[in-house]
Design a protein around this ligand. Structure first.
Ligand code: GTP
Ligand code: SPV
Ligand code: MN
Length: 611
């Protein structure tokens, strides 16, 4: 049995509620040792992980890890929000009663950390001093050292974050037990995994994965699911899967802030790290605030909507990251940054890493190269053209490494929001950008965000589905109440943001090429949106919003054909009429959708009918 008291004393961890929680779970999971972690332990933990063969060097000051091959993405099916109130059941939150889930998870975790170290990770999901700080403190317990290394990069980690709480018992209890990954029946009818947030007890119990959102509990389970619930229960804020950027105009000296939701693996990190196109680079500079989560609240003093990033790092998709798509990302993960790569391809001789799209072709000399599962590329049959890296392979780096991180990214208040955008992978229908003036229509637009699912979730890549506000996998309470809460929070703002829908992913139906070059060029439609808000351009009214005219959009040096441009700046009325019918069905799924949202739908439907 672990000497829990000694470990807690040694770390100087005094909060009696935290001590009791650690004691309880150490005993329950049968952990052999307990160790309290602070960010300053990183170098030692890295050494231990290297020595144990859990991670490998990937050049100077960078590391590589591989997860179990059936454990590479979030599982939506196995993810559950539990409470004691059946009214909390929504369409997407997979609600179950806590009386059912807590005993089930408790049983599943019993004795499962035997022989292992249980790491105690006190963390804070907010800049210190934030008005939302009381929702931000948590303690993750995990029996997986690589999870600790990730948490140190992704969250503010240290005993100081939980020892001086205004309400010492009020921290999120986040328990992660890995289990025997080789015998959990991932994806079979006998799947043993469970990822449960007991939202009304602020208790997170995740069993059966050591990957990403299943295991880094500060990020997805707390920062999104739990915070989504807390924001609603308290009536104080929104927690959304949103990126958050600043666009600085060096000519006017003004910075505007835009936040927005795109479903998993649909471009948030890339947008947040955007380097302005060369021709616009003298004038505009994009600053990074957040790439995956924003907490939004309204300051009654100035009536503005504020957004803050609760995270401290980036867990980014590797695929297609290269010097032309995202040079900022490459700088953020260069040697010496402490970056951890997961499930990319790895060269055991040179310690290099590679992923699809890093270079146009894989390395010609395959000596030493291994695919993400650890199989030697040289041993492959010539018919095997499966990717070297897993499509959901990732890099983990801390915000301090991101060259365009905003100077005030740790401002406890966050930053005032000028625009809210929604987008996703939509191969047709959605134009490059359409601005929405009315707030109810903006919220309606987010709720009816339809896009293709990606490899960030197991088993559903490419399926077109609705993903309200990009929160479908993280929704914690019923959608009707969620819509009402959005209207309430946004309604508190006296200076409201402009809403817009964007799409970088429209494709040619014949050859499948993307009609818009995307990435750095995505700044152009955003600049237009800010100009529209400031009354500098007028755009063109359509049934589904205001579109830029060709001359309003700055297109200097853009590689786009006239035909493709015309397509992404126009509305396909027939396709939209079909979409309205689908939305009708989608909205009918939800109980208690506010009348304002239904009205917005009717207005858009009538306009589309007349288009
Ligand atoms: P999560 O971390 O899963 O929430 O994803 P995310 O929304 O941050 O997505 P990310 O920016 O990591 O991008 C996911 C994938 O989309 C990567 O493979 C990118 O290369 C690709 N991508 C991002 N932006 C664009 C774009 O403008 N055009 C095209 N064609 N692909 C893009
Ligand atoms: C997502 O899937 O939306 C992510 C990655 O941001 S994970 O942390 O795995 O959820
Ligand atoms: Mn995400």
């Amino acid at each position: 049995m672990a000497d829990v008291e000694a470990a807690l004393d040694e770390a100087g961890l005094k909060n009696p509620h935290v001590r009791e929680y650690v004691r309880h779970w150490a005993e329950h999971t049968g952990a052999e040792r307990v160790e309290v972690v602070s960010a300053s332990d990183d170098a030692r933990l890295i050494e231990e992980s290297l020595a144990a063969g859990e991670i490998f060097p990937a050049g100077e000051g960078r590391y590589y890890s591989r997860s179990y091959h059936k454990d590479t993405a979030r599982s939506e099916e196995r993810t559950i929000v539990a409470t004691s109130n059946p009214d909390d059941a929504g369409v997407y939150n997979n609600w179950r009663h806590s009386d059912e889930m807590k005993p089930l998870l408790t049983e599943r975790m019993r004795g499962k950390s035997a022989g292992k170290t249980m790491y105690v990770i006190p963390y804070l999901m907010a800049p210190p001093g934030s008005p939302l700080e009381k929702y931000a403190a948590g303690v993750e317990l995990t029996d997986h050292r690589t999870v600790v290394l990730h948490m140190i990069r992704m969250a503010r980690v240290g005993v100081e974050h939980i020892d001086n709480l205004a309400e010492p018992e009020s921290f999120v209890r986040a328990v992660h037990v890995t289990g025997d990954l080789e015998h959990l029946g991932q994806g079979t009818p006998d799947d043993q995994r469970y990822f449960v947030t007991v939202a009304d007890e602020r208790l997170i119990l995740h069993f059966g994965s050591s990957y990403g959102g299943n295991a880094l509990l500060g990020k997805i389970a707390h920062g999104l699911r739990q915070a989504c619930y807390d924001g609603w229960a308290s009536g104080e804020f929104l927690a959304e899967q949103f990126m958050l950027i600043g666009i600085e105009d060096r000519e006017t000296g003004k910075t505007h802030h835009i936040c927005g939701g795109f479903p998993s693996a649909s471009g948030k990190t890339n947008l947040a790290m955007m380097l302005a196109p060369d021709v616009l680079g003298e004038r505009y500079h994009v600053t990074f605030y957040g790439d995956d989560i924003a907490w939004l609240w309204v300051d009654p003093d100035d009536g503005r909507l504020y957004g803050l990033n609760p995270e401290y790092g980036v867990f980014g998709v590797a695929k297609d990251t290269n010097a032309s798509t995202n040079p900022v990302a490459l700088d953020s993960i260069e040697e010496g940054t402490g970056t951890l790569f997961t499930n990319v391809a790895y060269n055991t001789e040179t310690q290099e890493v590679w992923w699809e799209g890093k270079t146009p072709h894989p390395p010609a000399d395959v000596t030493g190269w291994h695919d993400w599962m650890g199989n030697e590329i040289a041993d492959r049959s010539s018919r095997d053209d499966s990717p070297w890296a897993h499509p959901n392979s990732r890099f983990t780096t801390t915000l301090a490494n991101v060259p365009n991180v905003a100077g005030d990214f740790e401002d406890p208040k966050g930053v005032p929001i000028d625009a809210v955008i929604f987008g996703g992978r939509t191969r047709d229908r959605e134009p490059l950008i359409r601005a929405i003036h009315d707030v109810a229509e903006g919220v309606y637009d987010g709720l009816t965000l339809g896009a293709e699912a990606t490899f960030a979730t197991e088993g559903i890549e490419g399926q077109l589905r609705y993903d309200p506000m990009s929160m479908r996998p993280f929704m914690a309470y019923p959608e009707g109440a969620y819509a009402a809460h959005w209207l309430k929070i946004i309604g508190q703002a006296t200076e409201q943001p402009i809403f817009a829908h964007v799409n970088w992913f429209q494709r040619d139906p014949d050859d499948g090429h993307f009609l818009w070059p995307g990435y750095r060029d995505n700044l152009r439609p955003l600049l237009w949106l800010l100009q529209l808000k400031n009354g500098e351009v007028e755009g063109r009214e359509t049934s589904v919003g205001i579109l830029p005219t060709e001359d309003e959009l700055n297109l200097d040096d853009v590689q786009v054909s006239a035909g493709d441009l015309e397509k992404i700046l126009s509305i396909d009325a027939d396709r939209w009429r079909q979409e309205i019918a689908n939305r009708e069905e989608h909205l009918d799924l939800f109980d208690g959708m506010p009348e304002e949202i239904r009205e917005a739908h009717r207005r858009v439907a009538t306009a589309v009918e007349d288009e």
